[in-house]
Design a protein around this ligand. Structure first.
Ligand code: URA
Length: 433
């Protein structure tokens, strides 16, 4: 089977066979197919698409390209959650302790932030001492005793995706529904949880700019998960604007603690409650009403907050920060950005806010960069809000004085103000599955 022929077939819009897809994934992962041929195929898939059979074959081949985590010791109690990425997305820090506090088991591998989106592991490492590289024995023991452990991506899980994602990232081939489907679902299938909840984002801060595209992506992923015997559902949520007020690692942890304490911004609370309800509904086979009541009670009783403390401390972190978030180090500079005109906030570009927070030190431009856990943005403005010139739109937190002018300009450009009160979109567009 020649790679040249596989590329040609896809270039002409023909469907690839399972054998051809397997040969490509094996050959590329094993180093026998060069990057230039793999990128040509990625581009052809971007332009010509794939049938659902092809997407399913690609997902399976990628999931089987390395190890699979065996979570069978926990029966059907394991549940995983995946977000397609966003700005201010701290939902895992909130929903994981809620779900674990009512009996779900979360054995989760999470990513670090790269580009304008943040990563859960970086946020967790805001807690001094948090160890995101536990041994497999400690990881399993903690899931069994606390109900939850979140570590960085380790081991040899879906290595085909690791290689292909890095290639797609630099060849403008990320935004393809079949390729995103195979990338996400191969990792989720290899990660072994029985139930899977996907948070598929759409809007300016995500790969899918339109809700309809996010829905097509969500439906494809749910179909593949079901065909592999998993309990799976997807929420399609708005990422046109950052989620909540906080962007940046320890700032987001503080906001997550707020939500677990029964407070917090409405958009974030709504998404978290819906995600946690869906996780519990799938994992513990509860009705929606029962699951919703369990979520409300986990927050109200303080059980979810207690579970967060146990989780952080089991993983070596200082859990006293959960009771006293004031202990998190503050940036040396906290600068208020003031509105230049009166009006209603029309839109806040999530991607631009993410890039501004990276400029302040909250994220990485290359994988080797060190991040500043205290840096980031607190947004006061939200779409629909009335604001007067001179009132604060946001606070910039940084130790890098030289980054302020650029970050302030980005932030001012990201917030659009107009005379008419805009219609704001609901935070949850649809639940699929
Ligand atoms: N997230 C992933 O894990 N893969 C993609 O292709 C896009 C978003």
């Amino acid at each position: 089977m020649r790679m040249y022929d596989i590329i040609t077939k896809k270039k002409h819009g023909e469907a690839l066979s399972k054998e051809e897809i397997n040969a490509f994934v094996e050959g590329y992962t094993g180093g026998d197919i060069p990057d230039y041929q793999a990128s040509a195929l990625m581009m052809a898939i971007c332009l010509q698409g794939m049938t659902s059979e092809e997407t399913c074959a690609l997902t399976m081949a990628m999931a089987d390209s390395g190890e699979r985590l065996d979570l069978s010791a926990f029966g059907t109690l394991t549940v995983d959650k995946h977000s397609t990425g966003g700005v201010g997305d701290k939902t895992t820090l909130i929903i994981a302790p809620i779900a674990a506090s009512v009996g779900c088991k979360l054995a989760k591998m999470s990513g670090r932030g790269l580009g304008h989106t943040g990563g859960t592991v970086d946020k967790l490492e805001s807690f001094p001492g948090y160890d995101s590289s536990l041994s497999p024995e400690d990881f399993f023991r903690q899931v069994s005793e606390v109900g939850i452990s979140v570590i960085g991506q380790s081991g040899n899980f879906a290595p085909a995706d690791k290689k292909l994602y890095a290639l797609r990232d630099v060849t403008a081939t990320v935004d393809s529904i079949p390729l995103i489907t195979a990338s996400i679902m191969s990792k989720k299938l290899a990660a072994g949880s029985h139930s899977i909840v996907l948070d598929v984002k759409y809007g300016s801060g995500s790969f899918m700019k339109k809700a309809e595209d996010a829905e097509a992506l969500a439906r494809g992923m749910v179909e593949i998960g079901k065909s592999c015997g998993r309990n799976i559902a997807a929420l399609i949520t708005n990422m046109d604007t950052p989620l909540g007020h906080a962007i940046g690692n320890s700032l987001e942890v503080c906001e997550a603690i707020e939500v677990l304490s029964g407070r917090g911004p409405e958009d974030l609370v709504t998404v978290c409650k819906e995600l946690a309800t869906t996780m519990i509904r799938l994992c513990l086979e509860k009705s929606e009403t029962e699951a919703r009541a369990l979520v409300d009670n986990a927050i109200k009783s303080g059980e979810a907050l207690e579970t967060l403390k146990k989780w952080i401390s089991a993983q070596g972190g200082d859990s006293s920060y959960v009771s006293s978030p004031d202990k998190f180090r503050k940036s040396t500079i906290v600068h208020k950005v003031l509105a230049k005109e009166d009006g209603y906030v029309q839109h806040i570009n999530a991607e631009a806010c993410g890039i501004a927070s990276v400029t302040l030190g909250a994220g990485r431009i290359t994988k080797e960069d060190k991040i500043d856990h205290a840096a980031g943005i607190i947004l006061y403005a939200k779409p629909g809000m009335k604001i007067m010139a001179g009132e604060p739109l946001a606070e910039l937190h940084t130790d890098k004085k030289e980054s302020l002018p650029e970050a302030e300009k980005m932030l001012l450009d990201a917030v659009r103000i107009g005379a008419v009160k805009p219609e704001t979109l609901p935070i949850i567009y649809k639940v699929v599955g």
